[in-house]
Design a binder for this molecule. Structure first.
Ligand code: 6PG
Length: 213
């Protein structure tokens, strides 16, 4: 369709992938970059997901600034969520119930099975009719964040979850075990989720291709 709207994940896992992406793609004219979640901090803060993406991808790829949709965490979670929800609805095609449709959502997964800033058994998992919400009590610091809702994660055309290291094996295994609000990673994508994992994060007994990376 000549365009690709992608929501990037924060955390540490995707850093190398973003560096490789910067080298792999030359023409960014059709790309729209969004964020699956963001911490309620300024963009220069070491905890900012935007800062990590800037260091690994934006600093190395010629992506026009107007195509990067930063969550304005410096305004605080509630205000940032309100602005980001409006931007998502303005910038993306809308499915039923005005749910914005992303082409690809890239997610990491926490050891507790959280994705974006949707944590196990958190009320934000129940949010309907909104594109993103503020989370004020995240168990993973910092506590105040903005996150896409399950509505948006489930409406995306593709969802890819990246996980590395033995600490993620239980979460990946649980995510593949059927929908469970105790493992938010099991609730995304309505079954169309691709898990890209290293050998240590792969469920015991899973077939592993030697990616040679
Ligand atoms: C965040 C991330 C979060 C992350 C997981 C895994 O803002 O913290 O979006 O969902 O993807 O916590 O983090 P690591 O990749 O650092 O293990």
């Amino acid at each position: 369709r000549g365009r690709a709207h992608v929501a990037l994940t924060g955390g540490e896992t995707p850093r190398r992938a973003y560096e490789l992406l910067a080298e792999a793609v030359e023409d960014w004219s059709g790309a729209g970059l969004w964020f699956g979640d963001e911490r309620a901090v300024p963009p220069a803060d070491p905890a900012s997901n935007y800062r990590m993406v800037e260091e690994t991808l934006l600093a190395r790829a010629a992506i026009p600034a107007g195509q990067v949709h930063r969550v304005r965490g410096e305004l605080g979670a509630e205000a940032a969520a309100a602005l980001y929800a409006a931007e998502l609805r303005r910038g993306l095609p809308l499915a039923a119930e005005r749910v914005p449709v992303l082409d690809l959502v890239l997610l990491g997964v926490g050891e507790d099975g959280h994705v974006a800033s949707l944590f196990p058994h958190h009320p934000a998992l129940e949010t309907r009719g909104r594109a993103c919400v503020a989370v004020l009590d995240a168990p993973k610091p910092p506590p105040e964040r903005v996150t896409l809702t399950l509505d948006v994660l489930q409406a995306a055309r593709e969802v890819v979850v990246l996980a590395t290291g033995e600490g993620k094996r239980a979460a990946v295994t649980a995510a593949l075990g059927g929908p469970d609000p105790g493992t938010p990673a099991s609730l995304v994508g309505d079954g169309r989720v691709e898990f890209v994992v290293d050998r240590m994060a792969a469920p015991t007994g899973a077939p592993t291709a030697d990616a040679g990376v």
